[in-house]
Design a protein around this ligand. Structure first.
Ligand SMILES: Cc1cc2nc3c(=O)[nH]c(=O)nc-3n(C[C@H](O)[C@H](O)[C@H](O)COP(=O)(O)O)c2cc1C
Length: 197
């Protein structure tokens, strides 16, 4: 028998801003499957909208003043074994709530650090899954698709490992039947990835 405390930790970052989100419909069975092997903590960005890091935030940070709950969450993110991010394709990338969340969690000495020459990551997760759905017929890796490159870049900064992407596309220009088929296919792909995730 596996006790919760023995299980590896997975943080699920839910940036699916719309009620009835297709992206969350893809993510839900994937997270349920991973929940059999990981203890899952969900960070719900639809309920917790983080403030933009402004001059005051940065001045506070320079004085070592950071909200205690942000420090705690950033530590849990750094310690997590796996990360899953679900976010729809917005403005050719992802919702700004997710970018602002990254800003708030990008804490020196917790999620990343630096030496005299460069920054390096402090996060432990060897695998990250990014789940999305896109309105237009734009594939992962297309130069017009600016979400995956960003998530790869923040993974580099924070030290996260391999990124796999589960995507459904052309969702706004398809019949209901096609949309459902694409959601089902993306779930199947995600569940296949779960076997080695
Ligand atoms: C605010 C907003 C911005 C969007 N921007 C884009 C976009 O730039 N490119 C695109 O292909 N689709 C865009 N879409 C369409 C969504 O990517 C598409 O409908 C997706 O399936 C929505 O996912 P959801 O059901 O999880 O919210 C946008 C939708 C919204 C609501």
């Amino acid at each position: 028998m596996t006790y919760i405390s023995d299980m590896k930790k997975l943080i699920f970052i839910d940036a699916c801003m719309r009620a009835g989100s297709r992206t969350r419909r893809i993510a839900t069975p994937i997270i349920a499957e991973l929940g059999k092997r990981y203890s899952v903590e969900t960070v719900d960005l639809t309920r917790n909208i983080y403030p933009v890091a402004d001059n005051y935030t940065l001045e506070d940070r320079n004085q070592g003043v950071v909200p205690a709950e942000d420090v705690d969450l950033a530590k849990r993110i750094a310690a997590a074994d796996r990360i899953v991010i679900a976010a729809p394709f917005w403005e050719m990338s992802f919702p700004s709530a997710l970018k602002v969340f990254f800003e708030n969690m990008s804490l020196f000495g917790i999620t990343f650090d630096s030496n005299e020459k460069e920054c390096y990551g402090l996060c432990k997760a060897e695998k990250v899954m990014y789940i999305t759905s896109r309105g237009m017929n734009i594939s992962t890796g297309d130069p017009l698709e600016q979400a995956t490159p960003y998530i790869k870049a923040i993974s580099y900064l924070w030290g996260w490992g391999e990124l796999t992407v589960v995507a459904a596309q052309n969702m706004d220009y398809s019949s209901e039947k096609e949309i459902e088929e694409r959601i089902t296919k993306a779930i199947e792909e995600g569940l296949e990835i779960c076997k080695t995730f």
